[in-house]
Ligand binder design. Structure first.
Ligand SMILES: [Zn+2]
Length: 73
């Protein structure tokens, strides 16, 4: 079962046109491409999150080092 991308009505898989509003539905190729794009976006987001976390940790380490140096003197 799929849903019309235009009117949101439920319809059978594999149809080319919605039987409620007549809009063309995405084919398997388009769906596969959209799925791939979504995965790429998800992956990029994960990478960005990991990078931000790394930078945060580095900043924490840096300020800790400074604190240690201040203590030593
Ligand atoms: Zn429709």
């Amino acid at each position: 079962m799929g849903f019309c991308i235009s009117c949101g009505q439920q319809h059978q898989d594999g149809i080319r046109f919605c039987r409620f509003c007549g809009n063309q539905q995405p084919g398997e190729q388009l769906l596969a491409r959209l799925r791939q794009e979504a995965e790429q976006i998800h992956y990029l987001r994960l990478q960005a999150q990991a990078l931000a976390q790394q930078q945060q940790q580095q900043q924490q380490q840096y300020s800790q080092n400074q604190y240690n140096q201040q203590q030593r003197w």
